[in-house]
Design a protein around this ligand. Structure first.
Ligand SMILES: [Zn+2]
Ligand SMILES: [Zn+2]
Length: 389
């Protein structure tokens, strides 16, 4: 079958970029293997290209996880991709009885494959499983014509209620839903700092969940325009921090947010930009007793300005990873299937640009063309079998 891979036999991690389109062995269910009795084989219909896939494309993130897991498996190539919409073509012998899935069912998947036995899994916090594997990073993923997955991770999807191209991005949308579950948003004033793909989703979700005021913060004019189209009341451009103090907040930005909120500050600020300065901006523009949702922060040390403010202002900081399994998925489904909130249509019309230039047929996939598209759009979706399959 065809797949997009990182293949260390062809190119070293440190000196390459992009993915390789190549023919690999089609996965199959191997019944004598006990685990495969609870697995399914899925024909991929569509697959979303994620921010973390961008990290892999430019070799900025996940190198250790990919190379380490390849060492463990004694392999050289990793099939990338974890945002899936597909059709089940074969089920292991225990799947239907245990999970209810049958061949022909259309599914998405949770991308974190949890162990089910660690402390977090046992106390109901499986989204922070201590031994999870991530599809397309620490195990083979869905940028391929077929993928084999454990049935326990799958999420049934009704294509009469969700457009297929949108259903392919339920997983990253769910990430933004999870961030919006961290604090009550109804009737609240919310700042979303960083209007990349997840920030744009968060604007739609905050609006759908009843936030009264949404302040976007974004430097890129194209993304700022998308944020306005999706329902941000105002989008402010932060100043870049001084080169010798990249952690510094922008006092002018904070003043503008205070002016927009009767001098109080926002109830909830979401840091989705991935810069130290963005975290400090979030802390400084949040009202006393408010919530700061941390989503974008990267590896390494960060500086928190006036750290006593976090304590003295009674702020609550939340780190958000993945999706609560499957609580977040239930809310995700409700937000997408309810057409009256306009979310599903906005994802297709605005974030996916009405399908123009954002849908890429795997059959005609070419590296340079694809790189241009992932630079031009917040979200690009690969079409494998499509809906007809
Ligand atoms: Zn993703
Ligand atoms: Zn676990």
């Amino acid at each position: 079958m065809g797949a997009l891979t990182f293949d260390r036999k062809r190119e070293a991690w440190a000196t390459s970029t992009g993915l390789v389109k190549e023919t690999v062995r089609t996965p199959r269910l191997d019944e004598p293997d006990g685990a495969d009795r609870s697995h399914v084989l899925i024909q991929v219909m569509y697959a979303g290209f994620c921010g973390s896939d961008r990290g892999i494309w430019w070799r900025k993130a996940f190198g250790d996880m990919i190379l380490g897991s390849l060492d463990e498996e004694g392999k050289d190539k990793r099939i990338v991709g974890h945002e899936l919409l597909g059709r089940i073509v074969q089920v292991g012998s225990r799947v239907t009885e245990k999970y209810g899935y049958q061949p022909g069912d259309v599914v998405s998947t949770e991308s974190h494959i949890i162990c089910g036995t660690c402390y977090q899994c046992r106390v109901g916090d499986s989204h922070v499983c201590a031994k999870d594997k991530i599809i397309g990073i620490s195990m083979d993923g869905c940028f391929a014509q077929y993928v084999k997955l454990p049935a326990k991770a799958l999420w049934p999807t009704d294509l009469s209620k969700i457009r297929a191209e949108v259903a392919a991005v339920q997983e990253p949308f769910g990430n933004a839903v999870h961030a919006c579950q961290a604090a009550e948003l109804r009737g609240r004033r919310v700042a979303i700092i960083g209007c990349g793909t997840i920030g744009l989703f968060a604007i739609l979700i905050a609006r759908g969940m009843g936030a009264t005021q949404i302040i976007g913060v974004e430097t890129d004019p194209h993304h700022a325009e998308l944020a306005r189209k999706l329902g941000a009341d105002v989008v402010l451009a932060p100043a870049l921090p001084p080169a010798d103090a990249p952690h510094k907040s922008d006092p002018d930005l904070v003043r503008q947010v205070l002016a927009l909120t009767d001098g109080v500050g926002v109830d909830v600020a979401m840091e989705m930009a991935g810069f130290n300065a963005a975290l400090n901006n979030a802390i400084k523009m949040t009202r006393r007793g408010g919530h700061v949702v941390m989503f974008g922060v990267k590896n390494g040390d960060a500086v928190v300005e006036d750290v006593h403010r976090v304590v003295m202002n009674g702020l609550q900081l939340h780190g958000i990873v993945g999706r609560q399994i499957f609580k977040t998925w239930e809310l995700t489904r409700n937000l997408l299937e309810n057409r009256s909130n306009g979310i599903q249509d906005a994802i297709y019309d605005v974030i996916l640009n009405g399908g123009q230039d954002t849908l890429v047929d795997f059959g005609t996939w070419q590296r340079d063309d694809f790189e241009r598209r992932i630079k031009a759009h917040p979200k690009v979706v690969l079409r494998f079998a499509g809906q007809e399959g």
